[in-house]
Design a protein around this ligand. Sequence first.
Ligand code: MG
Length: 396
Amino acid sequence: MKNICVLGSTGSIGTQTLDVVAKHPDELRCVALAVRRSVDTALAQAKAFGVRHVAVADESLAEDATVAELAQWCRDGGGDLRFGSRAVEELCLLPEVDVVVNALVGAAGLRASYTTLEQGKVLALANKESLVVGGDLIMPMAHALNARRGDNGALMPIDSEHGAIYQCLLGEDMAEVTKLWVTASGGPFRGRTRDQLRDITPAQALAHPTWNMGAKISIDSSTLMNKGLEVIEAHHLFSMPYDKIEVVVQPQSAIHSMVEFSDGSVKAHLGTTDMRIPIQFALSYPKRWEAPVQPLDFRTLGTLEFAAPDEDTFRCLALAREAGRIGGTLPCVMNAANEIAVAAFLADDLPYLGIAACVEDAMEALGSHPVESLDQLSATDAEARARALEFVARQA
Ligand code: MG
């Protein structure tokens, strides 16, 4: 039995994680939940899964009448309800937690990832920013914990691409890996020109063709920034230089990524486009449990297409690659500016093509410095957000 803590339990990854828990009650027990502000859903989840430790990130809700029932429920079971981002992080310290599923959105997830590994607990990671921003700090901790555990299970990726690469690498010698192929659906605007992207609205960008996801990641998928973040993630997770990480558009999203070896062999991971498969693998490793969804039926799959990504039109991918190659604090700057730009686009304060322009402006202005600490990254993150907000204000 593994006791898990789900950070971001009401989001897309969080609810699908709880689906997996419900399907495997003999293997998994949810003991702690964190939400940003969805208190009603948190209460329903806490009751359904018997969870008595809950954190709500938004401190302004502490005085709200709607939280009284949740607080009582937690107290009745010997736990508690706490507020603020520190309270979210502190769930990772609970002695009964074995695995932390980090499905927080944005750079806010980094501290929780750090605390989890520092505590010697398994990190099941859906929060890309933990690695994009803090990979230089997180990975040495994961390697040390793997050495202590005697396996490769300290940091389990919950991203279809990285879960796929992880599985293709099982039993392989990293010295014989020549390339990682990270697949991309291409998003809803694949094949369009920059001119055709000028007037894109948030509603159009939110309609992803193959994956059902939250708002931030859906916009990132449409700009290909999501793929850029994933390239940086892959670099850190698999210790792979950037010139050996290639992106290929695979519009059906049936191939979740591939690994090429020195003898020219390529292994691919395929499966139904449903995040419960990579979530479950991250929690079942080193075992495999019964499938959480219907497996692929190749007789009805039809064709598989492949194409090179268009980095001139979708400049966020090129910007992320550049940030990754230069490294240091530049991916932190890039990510923070993108978070501001995406929020501004969703609020109709920035045109669609302004997202890449805003990211580039912040990268040029702030440059890169070697990564030293979480506090330094927080300061860089704040600086980049301020710069991006100025950029957005100039567009109005
Ligand atoms: Mg992905």
